[in-house]
Design a protein around this ligand. Structure first.
Ligand SMILES: [Zn+2]
Length: 70
């Protein structure tokens, strides 16, 4: 089967899936020649500084979640 549901032009090309079975759940619009919306571009081209910041933020989010659960 080669039923690849490719994203339309002008649509974010963020792909999700495994085993060659991909879908494109993001329907955010992008400018011509741009592959990803701002949100997913940040995930793909994440900078070392951003990565470190995310890691520092993670324990805080964990604590907040625990509090809600308890
Ligand atoms: Zn996107």
């Amino acid at each position: 089967m080669t039923d690849l549901r490719l994203p339309r032009s002008g649509q974010c090309k963020w792909a999700e899936g495994t085993g060659g079975n991909y879908s494109f759940p993001c329907s955010n619009r992008v400018e011509p020649g741009v592959s990803y919306c701002d949100e997913h571009r940040a995930l793909v081209y994440i900078s070392p500084e951003e990565r470190r910041r995310n890691r520092e933020n993670a324990p805080v989010a964990f604590r907040a979640q625990k509090r809600i659960a308890a």
